[in-house]
Design a protein around this ligand. Structure first.
Ligand code: FAD
Ligand code: NAD
Length: 154
């Protein structure tokens, strides 16, 4: 089985799009991610999966904190910027909760301490204990078969 077939199959799982953010020293780093999952309600835990090639891996290993901002349909440029698909620095605006950066105007953001991490294949799974939540009204940005779109209720 080749990697393209695997990606084509996984790409049929329609997802939202998030930006994972963290801060080391005074330096903020962001990265687009769709491997994001709610894990537990009591305690409140989420997980993200970070490629071992991504700069984000070392940043979270150092800070032991991260935030996940769920993007709105107006924030495709933000996703493209943090995935290195298009340079859109003007689309990027951070705000801070408890000293952790989140994306301004995201639909929702969770701020986490790293509870556990697991190296799995060529990624590391970080389990985050949710410390803070911010919600904003809007519609989600979607990702399906490698393309961005918007969500329509049936
Ligand atoms: P870089 O590639 O260096 O940074 C990413 C971009 O963000 C660069 O353009 C950089 O200039 C910019 N940037 C970073 N910090 C700042 C800042 N403070 N201010 C302004 N700009 C900044 N990869 C995964 O590992 N897991 C996933 O779940 C995942 N999901 C993805 C989902 C989608 C829809 C897409 C398109 C990509 C996904 N990727 C995922 C791939 C990942 O987004 C890219 O490989 C990304 O480039 C990795 O970022 P990096 O940490 O290596 O940093
Ligand atoms: P794509 O066809 O590469 O992605 C479709 C799906 O395949 C993704 O939603 C994800 O579930 C899976 N996938 C892709 N690359 C993966 C990887 N390295 N590890 C684990 N799962 C992966 O879509 P695209 O538009 O070509 O993606 C843009 C870029 O973003 C590509 O370079 C892709 O590798 C990367 N990406 C990485 C992940 C990840 O989890 N590391 C997730 C999505 C996209």
């Amino acid at each position: 089985m080749d990697s393209r077939t695997f990606r084509n199959a996984m790409g049929r799982f329609a997802t939202g799009v998030t930006i994972v953010t963290t801060e080391v020293g005074r330096e903020t780093h962001g990265m687009t991610a769709n491997a994001f999952m709610s894990v537990s309600l009591d305690p409140k835990l989420v997980t993200i999966s970070i490629d071992h090639k991504a700069k984000m891996l070392e940043q979270i290993n150092q800070s032991q904190q991260f935030a996940v901002s769920i993007l709105s349909e107006e924030q495709m440029d933000v996703s493209m910027h943090f995935a290195n698909q298009k340079d859109c620095p003007d689309a990027v605006q951070f705000e801070y909760i408890s000293g952790v950066p989140i994306i301004n105007n995201a639909l929702a953001a969770v701020v986490c301490d790293v509870e556990q991490s697991f190296e799995v294949g060529d990624h590391t799974l970080f389990i985050g204990k949710v410390l803070e939540i911010k919600l904003t009204e809007g519609n989600p940005l979607a990702f399906f078969e490698g393309k961005y779109g918007s969500y329509q209720p049936v």
